[in-house]
Design a protein around this ligand. Structure first.
Ligand SMILES: C[S@@+](CC[C@H](N)C(=O)[O-])C[C@H]1O[C@@H](n2cnc3c(N)ncnc32)[C@H](O)[C@@H]1O
Ligand SMILES: [Zn+2]
Length: 379
């Protein structure tokens, strides 16, 4: 079918003009034909723009952006148009209609540094996997799980470059289908209030297993959680990772005690009840403070949603806090009382000499090094 058979609308995202099927902005669920475009993923792309700009500003070397699953090119077109330091953008998709629309958008924005590729993503990325030919930033934004694309994504990212990966199979990552999660991510979740952190750590854990096989180390720079997706931004280093950063989150459903550990522990050290385990998953850091500050700086240079600034400010506060967070509702329901203000509990914890911060992963969530019994006391 020709794209002329479809009604195409022109919108602006950031400062980039995008041609999109009109139905993708009028229907609740954007159609996959003639090409997929989700207007609600604007925030996700806004974060990418500031993350990529911050990264490239501090990257010494060729500045090449490879997008493996571009759809009609919203992200790649924005990178090409809005990030001036980018030298070359290559966007790839299997869907020729999507690429045809992307080409028209590129002409509309008078973009000169963008190439188009119609290929299966792993074939596309394999063309860029030879040393000297790899991408500075590689972006993988699939429908569902990214697990099948991790190998080729890592291989196509140069030493010191960035790999960014989205997952949208939230039901799997949240424990509705444990076997599927084990298959895709190599670990299983538990159903808890901080399920999105477990999901992100499972994604990172999956990438860690593949990277380990390839003698590659990665450093998480930034992770993002949204109602409909999770996204991780990693710096790729061409050397083996000597750290042991795959382990478990151990959770006691009875008293609420939780712990991040390399090993499983059968019983709760606090109340003796049988523990639940999520993992194996990533137990290392999820944020890099310097990078978050650089991203925050970039928010001034782009037309991005104000949410970016707010989220990054929280990330900076929580970047060196312990893994797993508590929510006001969880503590209140354990104590059968009503929640107190988030600022208040953080203030009390600070006054008592504990570390405490909000978390970008949940509006009523907080991290602390105080254990659950102490938190209950302060409530
Ligand atoms: C979630 S959409 C990408 C959205 C896009 N990144 C954005 O920000 O608007 C996923 C895309 O992957 C494409 N796709 C699915 N499987 C593929 C494969 N194996 N190789 C290449 N493209 C594929 C689909 O045609 C679709 O356009
Ligand atoms: Zn317990």
């Amino acid at each position: 079918m020709q794209n002329s058979d479809f009604d195409i609308a022109e919108i602006i995202e950031g400062t980039t003009k995008l041609l999109v099927p009109r139905e993708s902005i009028t229907e609740i669920v954007p159609p996959k034909e003639p090409a997929f475009f989700n207007p609600r993923a604007k925030l996700n792309r806004d974060f990418s723009i500031i993350a990529y700009s911050a990264f490239l500003k501090n990257f010494d070397g060729p500045k090449i952006f490879l997008e493996g699953l571009s759809g009609l090119g919203a992200r790649g077109l924005r990178v090409s148009n809005e990030i001036k330091s980018v030298e070359k953008v290559v966007i790839n998709d299997l869907n020729p209609s999507a690429l045809e629309i992307a080409k028209r958008s590129a002409r509309l924005n008078e973009l000169k540094n963008i190439d188009f590729s119609e290929n299966e993503i792993c074939r596309f990325l394999s063309d860029y996997s030879k040393k000297g030919n790899r991408g500075t930033i590689v972006d993988i934004d699939p429908f569902g799980s990214p697990s099948r694309y991790i190998d080729c994504g890592i291989r196509a990212t140069m030493h010191g470059g960035m790999l960014s990966v989205t997952a949208t199979d939230l039901q799997v990552l949240h424990g509705l289908f444990q076997n599927a999660c084990k298959r895709r991510y190599g670990g299983t979740p538990i159903k808890v209030e901080y399920g999105n952190e477990i999901a992100i750590r499972l994604i990172l854990g999956c990438i860690r297993s593949v990277a380990g096989r390839l003698d590659i180390e990665f450093i998480p720079l930034f992770v993002e959680s949204d109602m409909h997706y999770y996204r991780v931004y990693l710096k790729i280093l061409n050397r083996p990772d000597q750290e042991e950063n795959l382990g478990y989150i151990i959770h006691c459903k009875k008293c609420g005690k939780r712990e991040v550990s390399l090993e499983k522990k059968t019983n709760c050290e606090s109340c003796g009840e049988k523990n639940h385990h999520a993992g194996p998953l990533w137990i290392g850091k999820m944020f890099d403070k310097k990078f978050l500050e650089q991203m925050l700086d970039e928010t001034k240079n782009f037309q991005v949603d104000k949410t970016c600034e707010r989220v990054l400010q929280k990330c900076i506060l929580e970047e060196d806090m312990p893994g797993t967070y508590y929510t006001l509702d969880e503590i209140a329901s354990r104590l059968k009382t009503s929640p107190i203000r988030l600022e208040k509990i953080i203030e009390v914890l600070h006054e008592s000499g504990f570390k405490a911060s909000q978390t970008c992963l949940n509006p009523t969530g907080f991290r602390t090094d105080a254990d659950i019994e102490k938190i209950k006391e302060f409530f």
